[in-house]
Design a protein around this ligand. Structure first.
Ligand code: ARG
Length: 391
């Protein structure tokens, strides 16, 4: 019998996938990656077994996610289309990597996923799988099966006695991990309406956020955030703490019309409090310690880096090349950034670095000025020279 390893989330789609694949004659093994979702491993295991699979692998991948995926993206200051810190997109290559590994252990020739034909995730998973093991065949039931609506899937699940939670119509499609939550669908598809109150996932709507200032200090070593208010934390713990604090202050929510890989524009709400706090602090520290040309060049690298994450090219050699540049820039990124969180705003309160390139004696307009004013005139003449008479 052909064996398939299915990337299983425990939701309606992948639960239906189990039965559908079995009906096509496959032995199904499931794999669930825990990147910080709200489902417990026990619950997932129970549901998969009830759904008829003989075996399920559940892996807590939060640490690998933080160190190998989030950290490079943070170092590269990767933001997609100005508002998305790539929580979902960063998780997919990691899931693909483990899916491929399990397929090898299980001697399975097939892997399957529950992504739709319109989304980015099918691209990210399949591109990654193909790069890691081109011999594996991928099955995407949602692109082929006859179930074209949620109602039909529920009917199919009920007829086949599959373990699904029949909740009230879920208002949105949500994907969450430690780096953020993404919400789409439902009334968010109507662009002429403000996102409703129930689209606030991590946090409260702005009017309910307490009128209180919260101070934080983040310590970085070579680009890696290692301390919060002077205390050391491992990365997962740090992100989770910042998610909590940030959500309480309403920071890190964005509303984006984004360009999907498959050419569709869609609207997504992102809530990523910890990610935005770290990103803001990290960028601030870079401004202090990196020279002008490196900073300017890094802007274009950041843009490309974000696009390649979004477009599923994590395992490309292009990414490795960009990593080379980014890693070198991070050697200087050591120091502390103080932030004040207040009603949805992240305000810079303090900057310190042993590698600071800021020289107060040159910048000051007050006492202690050491800037040689006589140099300015000649400098301006030389600076202008190449442009004079240029047609
Ligand atoms: N649009 C985002 C991306 O492609 C998030 C996708 C998952 N979103 C969701 N709400 N299920 O990375």
């Amino acid at each position: 019998m052909n064996k398939v390893v299915l990337a299983y989330s425990g939701g309606l789609d992948t639960t239906c996938c189990i039965k559908w694949l079995q009906d096509k004659g496959f032995e199904v093994v499931c794999f669930s990656a825990d990147l910080g979702s709200e489902f417990s491993p026990q619950d997932l295991r129970k549901r998969a077994i009830k759904g008829g699979v003989s075996k399920i692998y559940i892996k807590d991948l939060k640490e690998e996610f933080a160190k190998e995926y989030i950290l490079p993206a943070l170092g590269a200051s990767a933001i997609y289309e100005g508002k998305y810190l790539l929580s979902t997109a960063l998780g997919r290559p990691l899931i693909a990597k483990h899916l491929v590994g399990i397929a090898k252990c299980e001697k399975a020739g097939f892997v399957a996923h529950g992504c739709t034909a319109k989304g980015n995730d099918q691209v990210r998973l399949e591109v990654s799988i193909d790069m890691l093991n081109p011999k594996l065949k991928v099955i995407a039931p949602l692109r082929e099966w006859e179930l074209t609506s949620r109602e039909q899937e529920i009917k199919y699940a009920k007829e086949n006695k599959l373990p699904i939670r029949i909740t009230k119509e879920k208002p949105y499609s949500i994907d969450k991990n430690i780096w953020g939550a993404a919400l789409e669908g439902g009334s968010l598809e109507d662009l002429d309406k403000e996102p409703p109150g129930n689209s606030y996932y991590f946090f409260k709507p702005p009017r309910e956020i307490p009128d209180k200032e919260t101070y934080l200090e983040i310590g970085f070593q070579k680009g890696v955030p290692i301390k919060l208010n002077g205390e050391k934390f491992d990365l997962v713990d740090l992100i989770e703490r910042l998610n909590k604090v940030g959500a309480g202050c309403g920071v890190g929510r964005t509303d984006l019309i984004e360009d999907r890989v498959v050419g569709i524009k869609s609207r997504e709400i992102y809530e990523a409090p910890g990610a935005w706090i770290l990103h803001t602090a990290h960028k601030e520290l870079e401004s202090l310690v990196l020279d002008r040309e490196t900073l300017y060049f890094k802007e274009s690298v950041s843009l490309k880096y974000a696009q390649l994450i979004y477009q599923g090219l994590w395992f490309s050699s292009f990414k490795k090349s960009l990593d080379g540049f980014v890693q070198n820039t991070q050697n200087a990124v050591t120091g502390n950034i103080g932030l004040k969180l207040y009603k949805g705003n992240i305000i810079i309160a303090k900057r310190f670095s042993p590698n600071s390139l800021y020289k107060k004696e040159l910048a000051t307009y007050g006492e202690g000025d050491k800037f040689d004013r006589k140099l300015a005139e000649g400098f301006i003449k030389l600076w202008t020279a190449p442009y004079i008479n240029a047609k």
